[in-house]
Design a protein around this ligand. Structure first.
Ligand code: ADP
Ligand code: ZN
Length: 292
């Protein structure tokens, strides 16, 4: 029988709260602004407590501790968001609700949602890349979401700048990284307009696809995923997909003789759950916590 699970996609600006079932159905959904942690958590605890959930899954904005063995598992780490730095997010929600709580990063949540209910259903090695205000990757290996000392920061891998790039890398930490060259704010800084206003300019998307393809080719080499899913605001520019596939193929240059790579149209794909991949990932995080 389907179980009733609370799902919380916790973003830096808004919290999406939902009730879902382990069949992947979303029964109810609401969002509230992310304000200081104490009052925001009280409001969310009240919302979930009134809705009879068996478990909760949280996919949280970062940086946050996702290593279950760490003493500060489920805490938000250093963040400029008022009140949130070192806040025990998981502990607060678990104490308030008294149900099992699963916890991971936002992008891992999206990866899990697609692997459980979406286009990567049944696959156990999957990479989900979000290209929005920042760039992050959620990696599933052998059915488990990848963690180490931290959530892997694959959005900051070094990329080679293209000689004709009129812009710069805007990451404050790195001279030439994926996020600093290819996230939404970098596009805006380079071309002087938001991505959505640049839709008709081919040179914008050729360069953008060049960087995304470099990053994706590196992820394919490192993680050997059976599918790569690309989401986030920038990927709403659908013309990127064929360009990225073509450039990934050129980048790999026939080195990997895998069946999956013979059909890049079904290997490098957009998210498939109508922007509910994150919330459905939370449902699965909750289900896993209930089972554990
Ligand atoms: P966030 O990463 O903050 O959760 P998004 O994934 O929506 O949110 O990413 C926001 C970034 O994506 C912004 O830099 C924005 O300019 C860019 N963006 C949003 N929609 C589009 C679009 N349709 N085309 C191109 N860029 C977009
Ligand atoms: Zn960087």
């Amino acid at each position: 029988m389907a179980r009733r699970i609370g799902a919380l996609e916790a973003g830096g600006t808004k919290m999406v709260l939902a009730i879902g079932t382990t069949d992947g159905e979303i029964l109810e959904q609401e969002s509230i602004p992310t304000e200081e942690p104490k009052s925001t958590c009280e409001r969310m605890i009240e919302w979930f407590a009134a809705r009879d959930i068996e478990a909760l899954g949280i996919a949280a904005f970062g940086p946050t501790r996702v290593d279950p063995a760490a003493p500060d598992f489920g805490h938000i780490l250093d963040t400029p968001k008022p009140g949130w730095a070192h806040f025990d997010f998981l502990g607060t929600m678990a104490a308030g609700l008294g149900v099992p709580v699963g916890y991971d990063t936002d992008v891992n949540g999206s990866c899990l949602g697609e692997a459980t209910f979406g286009c990567a259903q049944g696959l156990d090695n999957v990479v989900y890349v979000t290209i929005g205000t920042g760039i992050g990757a959620g990696v599933m290996v052998g059915g488990q979401l990848l963690h180490g000392m931290l959530h892997p920061e694959a959005g900051h891998i070094h990329l080679e700048m293209r000689a004709d790039d009129p812009g710069t890398c805007i990451c404050p930490f790195h001279d030439s990284c994926f996020e600093g060259l290819a996230a939404g704010p970098s596009i805006e800084a380079r071309w002087g307009a938001k991505g959505v206003e640049l839709a008709e300019r081919d040179e914008v998307w050729d360069l953008e696809a060049h960087y995304i393809a470099q990053g994706v080719a590196d992820f394919i080499l490192c993680y050997a995923p059976r599918k790569v899913i690309l989401g986030g605001g920038v990927m709403k520019q659908e013309q990127l997909f064929p360009l990225i596939r073509e450039k990934v193929a050129a980048n790999l240059n026939g080195y990997l003789g895998c069946e999956e790579l013979k059909d890049l149209d079904s290997y490098i794909v957009p998210n498939s759950l109508n922007e509910n991949q994150g919330i459905l990932g939370c449902v699965e995080l909750g289900r896993r916590a209930l089972e554990a």
